[in-house]
Design a protein around this ligand. Structure first.
Ligand SMILES: Cc1ncc(COP(=O)(O)O)c(C=O)c1O
Length: 386
């Protein structure tokens, strides 16, 4: 089996992740922050350690400003719905995932003003149009750090400058870049970094979160979910402290233990090292695919401008047939269709059929990439045989 679906969720996970999850259940299985006994305290310590690891990874100073959530979708909803009010203006791009677009469309229906800045067909944000959109005041700018369809990396540092000049907060959807590209929230000027634990961060599903800049007071957020937090139990209103204000209910301690171990693995390996490996794989994949007649590739040609996520089509063959045959005949697992990002596919000109997406990860080998290229060559040639 060759796993090339790391943009959906990474697999396999480092063994440390699995061990940390089992260890949590065996040795720290209390409810964190609720009771005062040793198992509860041990679980609370695991949560704090994970926040600390994430804060270090993303260049944030305060681990308590790392809010944990079930995934990046929740984190984006917590940020967007928590901050935006009717009459506020939000600016986004034409290459976003539905976990940005759907909350924004709901907020738009509730009176938030929405501007979508177009992107070039290779997924690059049109920065002139972005600058133009941000000549007028705005409350929030939200953009992904890299596209989940073609891997195009956005110039988040430049967008941050434009956003701040317009008086806006800058929210980044780092679903595709956490653990894949180095990220320093302070150096890049990111006010809110939304991440998911189960992709490049190499943690289990059911984990993610939001890193919140020091200048944002908890009261600015209207919590999407309210309930027990284990703190200020005398109050019937949500606590006005991070992370409790945005973390109601018992957390996924098992998953968070795994995420903490995953982040420590990333730190020991080095995100720069991982990026170099994935960039090499990407180059090999693009060079191989380029040679196959009938295969069309999408996204930037320059590997420095994209992650190791590649979208292709084979002329005259449906995406679902390609995906099915890759799995059945070659043991290659990938994802076909719209990848929860119809706006991105409209930008790329691949709506409504979508593409075949191959996404490499830290554990992908060059040999596996060569086998994927050979399989796609076979499939493209089979059009003339069948
Ligand atoms: C760019 C982007 N944003 C958001 C998401 C949503 O991730 P999750 O399902 O983990 O919330 C994904 C992954 O599918 C993604 O690639």
């Amino acid at each position: 089996m060759i796993y090339l679906d790391n943009a959906a969720t990474s697999w396999p996970k480092p063994p440390e992740v699995i061990r940390a999850m089992a260890n949590l259940l065996e040795n720290a299985g209390g409810n964190p922050g609720r009771s005062g006994h040793r198992l509860s305290v041990a679980a609370g310590r695991v949560l704090y350690d994970t926040r600390e690891a994430l804060a270090e990874l993303f260049g944030a100073d305060d681990p308590l400003r790392v809010v944990l959530s079930p995934n990046v979708t929740y984190a984006l909803n917590i940020a967007l719905t928590g901050l935006l009010r009717p009459g506020d203006r939000v600016v986004t791009t034409g290459i976003e995932h539905n976990s940005v677009m759907r909350p924004l469309r709901s907020l738009q229906a509730a009176g938030v003003l929405l501007d979508v800045v177009p992107c070039a067909p290779d997924g690059h944000v049109d920065m002139e149009r972005m600058a133009e959109a941000l000549r007028a005041p705005a409350s929030v700018v939200v953009a992904n750090h890299a596209s989940n369809v073609v891997g195009t990396i956005a110039p988040v540092g430049e967008i941050a400058l434009l956003a701040h000049r317009a008086g806006a907060l800058f929210i980044v959807d780092a679903a595709q870049t956490g653990g894949v590209l180095p990220i320093d929230v302070q150096a890049l000027g990111i006010d809110l970094l939304a991440f998911t634990g189960h992709k490049g961060l190499l943690g289990p599903t059911g984990t993610g979160g939001l890193v919140i800049a020091p200048h944002l007071a908890p009261e600015r957020f209207r919590p999407v979910f309210t309930g027990g937090t284990g703190s200020r139990s005398e109050e019937e209103l949500p606590p006005e402290v991070f992370p409790d204000r945005l973390e109601a209910g018992t957390p996924n301690s098992v998953g968070i233990a795994g995420l903490g171990a995953a982040v420590r693995f990333l730190q020991a390996t080095g995100v720069e090292t991982i990026r170099r490996h994935e960039r090499g794989l990407l180059e090999r994949l693009l060079n191989g695919l380029r040679e196959i007649p009938g295969v069309r590739m999408y996204g930037p040609t320059d590997v420095s401008q994209r992650t190791a996520t590649v979208s292709v089509r084979i002329e005259g063959m449906s995406e679902s047939e390609i995906g099915w045959r890759l799995d059945e005949e070659y043991g290659i697992l990938c994802r076909v269709g719209l990848h929860c990002a119809p706006a991105a596919h409209r930008t790329l000109g691949t709506f409504p059929h979508g593409t075949v997406r191959l996404s490499a990860g830290v554990f992908t080998t060059y040999e596996e990439i060569d086998q994927a290229v050979a399989a796609l060559r076979d499939l493209a040639q089979s059009r003339h045989r069948d």
